[in-house]
Design a protein around this ligand. Structure first.
Ligand SMILES: C[C@](O)(CO)[C@H](O)COP(=O)(O)OP(=O)(O)OC[C@H]1O[C@@H](n2ccc(N)nc2=O)[C@H](O)[C@@H]1O
Ligand SMILES: Nc1ncnc2c1ncn2[C@@H]1O[C@H](COP(=O)(O)OP(=O)(O)OP(=O)(O)O)[C@@H](O)[C@H]1O
Length: 292
């Protein structure tokens, strides 16, 4: 068993598509989503020891709220309820990603905590108790457990096999507004029980970046974009700004927003676009990155 400090990255989750099929009788929404992970990430360390505690630092630490309520601790407690004599310790979270931003920052941190606890306690990555604890922590946590491109269905509990997608060169933009996920779903106005049929295009196991972008443009969408823009019109402005940049092939919102992303042909085009946007909107969070 490891005894030194353990560390892992908690990458941003990006919904390249987000189809809402309808609302289940329990109020949650049934989804189909192609999920990828960005180079942009938080970092989580675990120093094994007595008890369970968390220190948060980094540029977006304040937005993550009080430590006691943090999804890292909530995930650890859910796992401790399922695994007897779970070894824990002190977590140190370096928060770089914007919070309540549609990029699953908290969910990815929670999944990272479960990975570190699994490794400290010698639990196999496919231990069902890890998945159960992830589900209990939040809808986006299961897909973040093994952060690789996949289809996610149901309310996030039906995870497809990893997809071998080409790297996508992207610019992520957060116009510094936060939109609570429940409010965006509420504004969608779906009635419980009205479930439409699945309509997401099949994503081939191997596909070129050009074909993938064409598939996303022709057959994909984010159904939460209109209600999120209604709540925070600046999201619409951020999308228009991205679309107007040289070489932007697709601009779309991730999750329930407010983060939006643009896809570009190569790393240079993405870096150039990010620089231009930072000059035009110095107060926005702008990050050139790669999605995998
Ligand atoms: C929109 C996505 O980000 C897409 O990846 C996720 O579905 C949201 O995942 P999350 O933030 O982990 O969501 P949770 O914290 O579990 O749920 C927050 C709230 O969002 C709403 N919610 C969430 C997921 C879902 N499939 N249907 C919902 O209606 C519910 O009102 C819920 O109370
Ligand atoms: N580790 C964490 N990082 C960020 N926010 C956290 C964390 N733990 C708890 N929170 C709380 O959770 C709320 C949602 O944060 P998070 O960044 O996970 O949202 P999100 O990016 O919209 O997630 P999703 O894409 O899964 O809907 C925040 O308002 C914050 O108060």
């Amino acid at each position: 068993m490891p005894s030194g400090v353990l560390a892992t990255r908690a990458p941003a989750k990006v919904n390249l598509t987000l189809h809402v099929l309808g609302r289940r009788p329990d109020g949650y929404h049934e989804l189909e989503s192609l999920v990828v992970f960005a180079g942009a990430a938080d970092r989580l360390e675990l120093e094994p020891g007595d008890g369970l505690s968390l220190r948060i630092e980094g540029p977006t630490a304040a937005a993550a709220g009080p430590a006691d309520d943090n999804l890292v601790l909530r995930a650890a407690r859910h796992l401790a309820e399922r695994v007897a004599f779970l070894r824990m310790g002190t977590f140190r979270l370096t928060k770089n990603l914007p919070a309540a931003a549609g990029i699953g920052g908290g969910s990815s941190d929670a999944a990272a905590a479960l990975r570190l606890l699994a490794s400290l306690n010698g639990l196999p990555a496919d231990d069902p108790r890890l998945f159960d604890a992830a589900r209990r922590t939040g809808a986006d946590v299961p897909v973040c457990l093994d952060p690789r491109a996949r289809m996610m269905r149901g309310v996030g509990e039906r995870i497809g096999p990893p997809l071998d997608l080409p790297p996508l060169f992207a610019v992520m933009v957060n116009p510094r507004v936060s939109v609570p996920t429940p409010e965006v779903f509420r504004r969608l106005g779906r009635v419980p029980g009205d479930l439409g049929p699945p309509d997401h295009p099949a994503v081939p196991g191997r596909i070129s970046a050009g074909d993938l972008v064409s598939l996303l443009v022709a057959g994909g969408r984010n159904d939460l974009e209109p209600p999120a823009i209604a709540a925070e019109p600046v999201i619409g402005t951020a999308l228009s700004r991205l679309r107007a940049l040289d070489g932007c092939r697709l601009a779309r919102m991730s999750g329930s927003g407010a983060t939006v992303f643009g896809l570009f042909d190569d790393c240079r085009a993405a870096s150039r676009a990010a620089r231009a946007l930072r000059v035009a909107e110095p107060s926005w969070w702008v990050k050139a990155t790669v999605f995998r």
